[in-house]
Design a protein around this ligand. Structure first.
Ligand code: URA
Length: 206
C-alpha cells in the first residue's frame, strides 16, 4: 500500500511550533523535509540556507541546484528522493538588520535538539538508504562526526534492521572550494556515490 504524506504533513505542522532550541527566534520559518513519502532514499543536508529560509523549502538555493545537477548526472530521479536537513531552522550571522545573512554552522546542542524530527521523518518514510551530506548531517545520522574523505562509499549502518547509511560531500563544499580542480573532484565523487546508492536501491527493488 502506498504510504500517504499524512504522517509527514503532521510532523511538518508540529515542527512549525518547535522551540527545542533558540534558532526559531531568528529564522523566517521552519524548513521541513520535502519529497516523496514513498522515497527509498532520504538525503540529509546541514540546515536551510538563506533562500530555503525565505521559501520554506529545502535545497532551493545554490547548494540545492548543485545537488539536483549531481542527482541528474547520477540518474537518480528527484521524484524518488526525500530531501531534508539535520537542523530545520536557518542559523546565520548578520552584521546589522538589512545586511546580508551569512550561514553559521549549527552547534552540537542545536543538532541534538533537532534530531528527533529527522528520526520521525525516517520512521514515517522508512527509506532503504539515508545519505548524509557533510559532517553536520553525518553527525545527526550517525551520532558522531564522520570523516567524509575516508568513510564515503561505505555502508556505515550498524544494524541490518536499519536503512543503509552513507556519507558524501555537501554540495556547498563543492561550491565554496576555491580550488576548482578539487571542487571538480568532490563533484565527481558525489555523483559516483549517488550512482552507487541508486544501483543498490534499484537492485533491491527488482
Ligand atoms: N540548503 C539546504 O536545504 N540544506 C543544506 O544543507 C544547504 C542548503
Amino acid at each position: 500500500m502506498a504510504k500517504s504524506l499524512g504522517g509527514i504533513d503532521k510532523l511538518k505542522k508540529a515542527a512549525e511550533k518547535c522551540r527545542d532550541c533558540d534558532l526559531y527566534k531568528y529564522a523566517t520559518q521552519v524548513v521541513f523535509g520535502e519529497g516523496s513519502a514513498k522515497a527509498s532514499l532520504i538525503i540529509v543536508g546541514e540546515q536551510p540556507g538563506n533562500e530555503e529560509d525565505l521559501q520554506g523549502e529545502p535545497f532551493v538555493g545554490p547548494a540545492g541546484a548543485m545537488l539536483k545537477k549531481c542527482l541528474e548526472a547520477a540518474g537518480v530521479p528527484l521524484a524518488e528522493v526525500y530531501l531534508t536537513n539535520a537542523v530545520k531552522h536557518f542559523k546565520f550571522k548578520q552584521a546589522a538588520p538589512g545586511k546580508r545573512r551569512i550561514h553559521d554552522k549549527p552547534n552540537a546542542m542545536q543538532i541534538n535538539a533537532c534530531h528527533h524530527w529527522l528520526e520521525d521523518e525516517i520512521s514515517v518514510i522508512h527509506p532503504k538508504v539515508i545519505l548524509a551530506l557533510g559532517v553536520t548531517a553525518g553527525k545527526s545520522v550517525l551520532g558522531r562526526n564522520p570523516k567524509i574523505s575516508t568513510e564515503r562509499g561505505k555502508d556505515l549502518a550498524e544494524s541490518d534492521d536499519s536503512p543503509s547509511i552513507y556519507v558524501s560531500w555537501h554540495p556547498s563544499a563543492i561550491l565554496r572550494n576555491p580550488d576548482r580542480e578539487r571542487a571538480d573532484q568532490l563533484r565527481h565523487e558525489l555523483i559516483k556515490d549517488l550512482k552507487m546508492i541508486w544501483k543498490k536501491i534499484s537492485a533491491t527493488e527488482r
